[in-house]
Design a protein around this ligand. Structure first.
Ligand code: ATP
Ligand code: MG
Length: 249
């Protein structure tokens, strides 16, 4: 087993909550309402992963499986500019964009297949100066939610999700990479979907994702990140800010 890496988020409280950063060889699930900041944090991690280790990165490249077409290159450019300022470096945004490989997933089966494609790409990059150290699935559950409606299909959905997460865990293990997945939840009960405070794929995700982070909006640009049911870290909360420059204290 390779030594576990820690990817810093750009927010000290958040890093401390995670025991130093987002771990490699683990799945970290971020769940929360629409607009809570899951995609923003994912963008920031796609930038930070590329930093050298002494700057809190993993010196690697990134694969994003984008299921909702929410990846924004301009946002990466803003965050790289923010980082250049913060770390007093002259980072080239184009260089960062080059190391983020985005694949659009058109349905849940395609999404599952893209993990195989990711594995192939990671193998090709393994002995370069930028091996893949982060894979993001944003959103993990949106296609599944849309495609599997009704009671009869629930078991089927869980089984597919379970396989998908298993593949992702394997990806993380084999590449010493972090795995980030997002999962939208509703805040208020909904007559149609049932108890919404339980994330879709609830049970299975609960047992498979090593770290579960509940993200919610607070005042202004503040977000509260809550670590839930971690097997190895104390539960707790951190306050992070999402600004134009990216994630910060
Ligand atoms: P969903 O479940 O719908 O995918 P999400 O959790 O992914 O939602 P995000 O898209 O990450 O939510 O968050 C959107 C919020 O991020 C915006 O409402 C805004 O507050 C903040 N945001 C987005 N872009 C910027 C920016 N350039 N500068 C500052 N804040 C921004
Ligand atoms: Mg999003």
């Amino acid at each position: 087993r390779m030594e576990v890496g820690k990817l810093r988020t750009g927010c000290e409280e958040f890093d401390e909550l995670m025991g130093g950063g987002i771990e490699t060889q683990s799945i970290t699930e971020m769940y929360g309402e629409f607009g809570s900041g899951k995609t923003q944090i994912a963008h920031q991690l796609a930038v930070n992963t590329q930093l050298p280790r002494d700057m809190g990165g993993l010196d690697g490249s990134v694969i994003i499986i984008d299921t909702e077409n929410t990846f924004r290159p301009e946002r990466i450019e803003q965050m790289v500019a923010g980082l250049s300022q913060k770390l007093e470096q002259d980072f080239d945004p184009a260089e960062f964009l080059k190391n983020i490989h985005v694949a659009r997933a058109y349905n849940s089966n395609h999404q599952i297949l893209l993990v195989d494609a990711a594995m192939e790409m990671a193998n090709n990059l393994k002995n370069t100066d930028k091996p893949v150290r982060l894979v993001i699935v944003d959103s993990l559950t949106a296609h599944f939610r849309a495609e599997y409606v009704g009671r009869g299909t629930l078991a089927d959905r869980q089984q597919k999700l379970n396989k998908h997460l298993h593949d992702l865990q394997r990806f993380g293990d084999l590449n010493n990479a972090s795995v980030i997945v997002t999962n939208q939840v509703m805040s208020k009960p909904d007559a149609f979907f049932g108890d919404p405070t339980r994330p879709i794929g609830g049970h299975i995700l609960g047992h498979t994702a090593t770290f579960r982070l509940y993200i919610r909006k607070s005042k202004g640009d503040k977000r509260i990140v809550k670590l839930v049911d971690s097997p190895c870290l104390p539960d707790g909360e951190a306050v992070a800010c999402i600004t134009t420059d990216g994630l910060c204290d």
